[in-house]
Design a protein around this ligand. Sequence first.
Ligand SMILES: [Zn+2]
Length: 447
Amino acid sequence: MPDVTLVLRSTRVITPDGERPASVAVADGRIAEVLPHDAEVPEGARLEDVGDDVLLPGLVDTHVHVNDPGRTEWEGFWTATRAAAAGGITTLLDMPLNSLPPTTTVENLRVKQDVARDKAHMDTGFWGGAIPGNVKDLRPLHEAGVFGFKCFLSPSGVDEFPELDPEQLESAIAEIASFDGLLIVHAEDPDHLHAAPQQGGPEYKNFLASRPRAAENDAIARLIDLARRYEARVHVLHLSSSDALPMIAKARAEGVRITVETCPHFLTLTAEEVPDGATEFKCCPPIRERENQDALWQGLADGTLDCIVSDHSPCTADLKSDDFGTAWGGISSLQLGLPAIWTSARERGHSLEDVVRWMSSAPAGLAGLDDRKGAIEAGRDADFTVLAPEETFTVDAAELYHRNQVTAYAGKTLHGVVRSTWLRGEPVTDHGRITQKTGRLIERNSA
Ligand SMILES: [Zn+2]
């Protein structure tokens, strides 16, 4: 067994068995043992005592649009992974679209990996994409280490990543099920979107009416049916419509292999508070009413909703005009997701253990990384976030590290200051400042 080189000590360590005082021994980049708080520090090991700050497993964000290469002016691997590091995220998975090329062939994956390799402050992996005509590329991408495949059922917003029609969706799902891969879906039904009034303009209520809950609900009903028929693993991305929760719960109870994520903006921002023209709040599906938000929190509490991930989807400031019809849809929250969620979670009576389950353990499980990431226990990577949960700060866009300092959280006072993040036992950030860059490219477990 390799020598212990580091001991991280806290009165509040979040372990799979609950929160407790502990000393976490690290050897060779992994957690060697979780010891009692007053355990003796092995000779030659460094002690890092964080006092009453909380030691969490590093967060795993499986939904990030990095856009590099091709739309690097929107976001790049250097800036995105730096923002992630400052926000307590130690592993991120990049979405297959908005970069050029999109991650729809092995060749394109290699282009993206080459760009990311020297820029990743945090561990970075890739989703593949399922688009019309690339069924033959799915298995090779799977074997090349992508974590699964994203598809759209309605237009994605970029021409090079078209949506799948019903027949194409069925071909993709059949192929992915044949190697027991994972299909992740932007679930909005195009017919409902066509039928909805598309008025555009600065009024948020018109934008909300243009992306009705029924579009999500019907798309998810279709996915449940397909997952059942093909015994396929399907994951619903960024759920906003809480109306879909009962059918998801029922399908899961019947053994359908469907999982669901939601995002910080759906859980912490409401339609009622979006000022007209404030397109930094625009995303698809949209932020809905307060009553919907309450139901999403209920879905998290009862386990119907599995994880909370950022859907960090930035663009340049000029693409956020004051017209909700034409502005780019996407909210940037890599650096703010943890404090935003913790602020609301604590008000609603949830614990940091809940937050860790939703933002670290469950996303690690979704990606099949649960032997390496997502918990403080022996054998996993020594990836940590040190959080001062009762300390507050007010969001200032100028202090954000993602490339374009556009944020829907400006001026909000949030609980939870990330003191430091650690990757494989090495400090990566200290009070937001990068100390070193040790991120690696990661692949799906081939076992
Ligand atoms: Zn997305």
